[in-house]
Ligand binder design. Structure first.
Ligand SMILES: [Fe+2]
Length: 295
């Protein structure tokens, strides 16, 4: 718990209560409502906690979709996903629904996005990648359907020196079509959608634009490595994705309904765990906020 305690000591003049969720990352914020958290008076302090802990959670939040989009806008420009026709709602194309319910509100047996089951960071396939994601839990299953998070700052710091040298200055090509086809396998991107999200190269070691710390930027959307034979790049990506997500450095979030979480996509990877999509219900609502082009 050494690191969590160190982090707790860093709590400055924050007018809310912070409880670390894991020695590596994540905290719960209490003592203020989410509405207060995004108010001009408090948002700068909440944002400090977001940068320090990389993931913040609020409990017992009443968050209709319109309010979610409005709150997310405090963090920045909210993305309209290239698959918003499929996952967005008519009223709010910024909302990306992850639901396994059919029209009648019963479990359909179909996972809404199997790509979420593999380590990734949201929007890494865009030129301007995801800054933050705001996720709200409407309905959660009793078993499974957790979200796991891995810290990419320490992932970089703990890499063997030889591996740090190997990837220094290297760029990986991120490609939604690649990961979607490989992992989801159905409802693939149309020609028009592919044209909107061509493959894009980003540094494997990026500098967080606000904290200035180095972090690994990789995950499941990374297809190949520039200047490296395709198979060699694939093997290195797979090796790295496993190295940077050791179980002891992963925080697993067991959701309750009505939680609102915001995580920093620039210094974390995440993935969902599976659940019985034919028997249990899981309905999550997500907004992703656009960030910068990684450097
Ligand atoms: Fe995600």
């Amino acid at each position: 718990m050494a690191q969590a305690q160190t982090k707790a000591k860093n709590v400055r003049d924050w007018p809310f209560t912070v409880r670390p969720l894991h020695p590596v990352l994540g905290c719960e914020i209490s003592g203020i409502t989410l509405e207060q958290a995004v108010s001009p008076a408090l948002f700068a302090k909440v944002y400090e906690a977001f940068l320090e802990y990389q993931l913040i959670v609020f409990h017992d939040v009443d968050l209709p979709p319109a309010t979610q989009v409005a709150f997310a806008r405090n963090f920045g420009e909210v993305q309209v996903h290239v698959l918003s026709d499929q996952y967005g709602t008519k009223e709010h194309p910024e909302i990306y629904m992850l639901s396994n319910l059919n029209k009648d509100g019963n479990p359909s047996g179909k996972h809404p996005d199997k790509g979420t089951l593999y380590w990734h960071t949201d929007g890494s396939w865009r030129e301007r990648t995801g800054q933050a994601t705001m996720m709200y839990s409407e309905i959660v299953p009793d078993v499974g359907g957790e979200t796991e998070f891995a810290d990419m700052y320490s992932a970089y710091d703990l890499l063997p020196a030889a591996m740090q040298r190997r990837i220094e200055g290297r760029r990986a090509v991120h490609n939604l079509d690649f990961s979607r086809t490989r992992r989801h396998g159905e409802d693939l991107l149309t020609v028009e959608q592919k044209a909107k999200v061509p493959p894009i190269a980003h540094p494997i070691v990026r500098t967080h634009p606000e904290t200035g710390r180095k972090a690994i930027f990789l995950g499941d959307h990374a297809e190949e490595i520039e200047g490296m034979a395709y198979d060699e790049g694939r093997a290195l990506i797979e090796e790295l994705n496993a190295m940077i997500t050791p179980p002891e450095r992963v925080y697993t979030h067991h959701w309750s309904p009505r939680q609102c979480m915001v995580w920093d996509n620039r210094c974390t990877l995440h993935r969902a765990t599976g659940f019985d999509e034919a028997r249990l219900k899981r309905v999550m609502r997500r907004c992703t906020i656009n960030g910068d082009r990684p450097f």
